[in-house]
Design a binder for this molecule. Structure first.
Ligand code: KIV
Length: 288
């Protein structure tokens, strides 16, 4: 049994040059598996809008959705650092709303950190949340809640002006007190420069190898996403095929009546045959 992973432990990994491994997770059963693994931290991402709820993007996800999924993960992974995403429009409107919702996420899920998207534009929200004792992970570069501005999930930070803006976002979130920052879909040298320039850990997704840590969506890394294969991901298992094969094997046994067997039932609890025969006769008499 190892000690539960804490924020100071994650921060010290940057100092020691040890990489941080993160994955998304959205439910109790999977959280138990993640907790048994060597993963350092879980993100209950608003990507659950796509992976769990079947939406096209993260925009319809609500604070209640994040609380329901977040608390199930926290219950399943008592030894893992858990951060929960602030969904679209739960922090953009005002500092007050951001504080209220960050507080709800922490009080009602038991998570250890909240994550929100944006750089300079949300620095005041980050400062206010951190000042209340709630750790914050910022998220810059390609921020999926702005999908309609980009016209799709597209790499950001191309060209000098965009690269400079993203570096400024990184410096602004650190200055505002963010404890970690996700860098999504930005060119690798820019991610390397940001990682060198910050004292807080950078967690990359589609941002090259030089970040302090990496995160992937668990459905993508486990092969449970029906062939979805963006360039930024790598599949480490084919769990989707394992699940389909198991369901087919079960269906075959049900159809052939080879499952359940005596071993899967409770024959010792049955009434004796004479009594059952009497019941059968009664039913037949009532029906005739
Ligand atoms: O919602 C999410 O899963 C994320 C990660 C991809 C970083 O924000």
């Amino acid at each position: 049994m190892t000690d539960p992973i804490t924020l100071p432990m994650l921060l010290s990994k940057k100092v020691c040059g040890e990489k941080i491994a993160m994955a998304t997770c959205y439910d109790f059963s999977t959280a138990k598996l993640v907790d048994r693994s060597e993963i350092d931290a879980i993100l209950v991402g608003d990507s659950l809008g796509m992976t769990m709820l079947g939406y096209e993007n993260t925009l319809p996800v609500t604070i209640e959705d994040m609380i329901t999924f977040g608390r199930s993960v926290v219950r399943g992974a008592p030894n893992t650092f858990v951060m929960v995403d602030m969904p679209f429009m739960s922090y953009q409107v005002s500092v007050e709303l951001a504080l209220t919702n960050a507080g709800r996420l922490m009080k009602e899920t038991g998570c250890h950190c909240v994550k929100l998207e944006g750089g300079q534009s949300v620095a005041d929200r980050i400062r206010a949340i951190v000042d209340c004792g709630i750790p914050v992970c910022a998220h810059i570069g390609m921020t999926p809640q702005s999908v309609n501005v980009y016209g799709g999930f597209k790499v950001q930070g191309r060209g000098e002006a965009n690269a400079k803006r993203i570096l400024e976002d990184a410096l602004a979130v650190e200055e505002a007190g963010a404890n970690l920052v996700v860098l999504e879909c930005i060119p690798p040298k820019l991610a390397g420069l940001i990682t060198k320039s910050l004292s807080i850990p950078t967690i990359g997704i589609g941002a090259g190898p030089d970040c302090d840590g990496q995160i992937l969506v668990s459905q993508d890394l486990l092969g449970m996403n029906d062939g979805f294969a963006p360039k930024i991901m790598k599949r480490f298992a084919d769990v989707g095929t394992v699940i389909t094969e198991a369901l087919n094997a079960y269906t075959t046994e049900v159809r052939e009546a080879t499952f359940p067997t005596v071993a899967n039932s409770f024959p010792k609890s049955d009434c004796d045959d004479t009594f059952l025969k009497q019941l059968e006769d009664q039913v037949r008499a009532q029906r005739s």
